[in-house]
Design a binder for this molecule. Sequence first.
Ligand SMILES: [Zn+2]
Length: 250
Amino acid sequence: MGSYLTNLAFSMMNKTGNLLLSPPVGGGFGQFRNHGPRDQRKVAITFDDGPSVPCTTELLDAMADLDVKGTFFCVGQNTAMNPDVVARAFAEGHTIGNHSMAHRRMTSIRPTGGDHIDQGAEEIRKVIGCMPRLYRPPWGWLTPWEGRRLHQRGYTIVGWDVYTLDWRIPEPDGREVAAGVCRDTKPGSILLFHDAYPGAKHWKKSETTRAIQTIVPALRAQGYEFVTIPELFNIPAYASAPTTQSPVID
Ligand SMILES: [Zn+2]
């Protein structure tokens, strides 16, 4: 009974938090950018919670075959565990954004502090040589004060308008995920996928890749073009131009 009530309370907290704090339905107090211009058939693929092996590397292989670039919102801990994967994604033209250091809900809704933002950025900088300027909060939970911390640091806060359940365990069928995405996509849409479980170095997850392999040709056939988040909004991805030195991996 105790655990039933705990689960019920947790579920209610999650539902309320998602409603108030997450995109795209009113959450985040208007601080999110949930989609690009609705008058151009451009859409952006985004991935959260990674990188992981082999999920992210398989995705990168598939995206290279499809000649499509995405935006990866990386968790600092995952970046530290798989720096070579982040370096590869960056080298292949994907955009790297910040998804906090450890994907903890409480750090981002606490009224003070910003280490979870800065540490996540620093892990990315160590790998790609420049500071990210795109941020997606863990769970999409964004309070007004977290938004202020992010804006003070120069971040654009990126939400989504097409949500998938590809994070579920076991993974939902990639063709069903793809069908939902193709149904919900509009000009300017930002599509949300997941390429890891936060904090897991290794993650086997092939249905997300299968969904991408279905979605890209299907939406291209409808005249859609795939762009990165900086291209969708015409904004910089990083604080300064990437260095010409080789990425540092330690
Ligand atoms: Zn996440």
